[in-house]
Design a protein around this ligand. Structure first.
Ligand code: ATP
Length: 241
């Protein structure tokens, strides 16, 4: 079932168009990987989907309902949650408080403090700790838990592994694999590590200068075509030594 449908979305910063005519679909239980170089427009796309950045034109449908005109908080209440690049937690509040506040602003659904702690067990010993004192990996887990507390139907994850140690990244993706296995959420994931993006995503889109340059199943497209799209090289334009 199509959970998120984005049609001809355009968004910009002043005179700069950062998202150009982007259309995509994400189904319940599916992971869509968004790949693209710095400045390709991934964060602007996510922020526009979450409603914290205005769209110039285009529509965003959640389970068939047009949410394009809704405020960010109404979108969270409808089921779109974003884990932003840089995490943005309330650093002078405990892990428990960060999670509980998110729960108060979301939808009703299966995710509660208990089920989030089951899915992200690394948070259990940290409940009373102020998030300001946590490591990068721990903060990222809190950010994901916070998003889950709103019972999202679409979870947007923007570079969740940025700045984490290899061990923390491994732990984080194990937890995300657990979420994926539940099959009840559509996930859109920006991941700079191409191998990991290809391995974790059911489908990928490659963004280049704001538009979608390539889309498909990672194993069908292959790493070379994805790398070419990442760097803006049409296949066949360059000879590889
Ligand atoms: P990154 O991986 O570096 O976050 P990105 O793919 O997420 O890159 P965006 O951050 O969406 O890309 O940026 C898309 C374009 O919009 C870039 O040209 C960027 O310079 C520009 N841009 C992003 N944020 C702003 C802003 N607040 N004001 C002006 N231009 C911006």
């Amino acid at each position: 079932m199509t959970m998120l449908a984005v049609n001809n979305l355009v968004a910009g910063h002043g005179l700069l168009t950062a998202v150009r005519d982007v259309s995509l679909r994400v189904h319940t239980g599916e992971v869509l990987g968004v790949i693209g170089a710095n400045g390709a427009g991934k964060t602007t796309l996510f922020r526009t989907l979450a409603g914290v950045h205005p769209a110039t034109s285009g529509t965003i449908l959640l389970d068939g309902e047009d949410v394009s005109a809704l405020s960010p908080s109404r979108r969270v209440a409808s089921g779109i949650a974003m884990v932003p690049e840089g995490r943005r937690l309330f650093v002078d509040m405990t892990v428990r408080e960060n999670l509980q506040i998110a729960g108060e602003n979301g939808r009703a659904g299966p995710w509660t403090l208990e089920s989030v702690l089951d899915a992200l067990p690394s948070l259990l010993p940290l409940l009373k700790v102020l998030t300001g004192g946590l490591s990068g990996g721990q903060r990222q887990a809190v950010a994901i838990g916070r998003a889950l507390m709103s019972n999202p139907r679409v979870l947007l994850l923007d570079e969740v592994s940025l700045g984490l140690s290899p061990v923390a990244i491994e732990g984080l993706y194990e937890q995300l694999a657990g979420l994926k296995a539940r099959g009840d959420t559509a996930m859109v994931v920006v991941e700079q590590d191409l191998d990991r993006a290809m391995q974790f995503s059911d489908r990928v889109v490659c963004m280049l200068e704001g538009h979608i340059a390539l889309e498909g199943l990672p194993q069908v497209l292959g790493k070379q075509a994805i790398t070419d799209a990442y760097f803006g090289l049409a296949q066949g334009d360059i000879a590889y030594a």
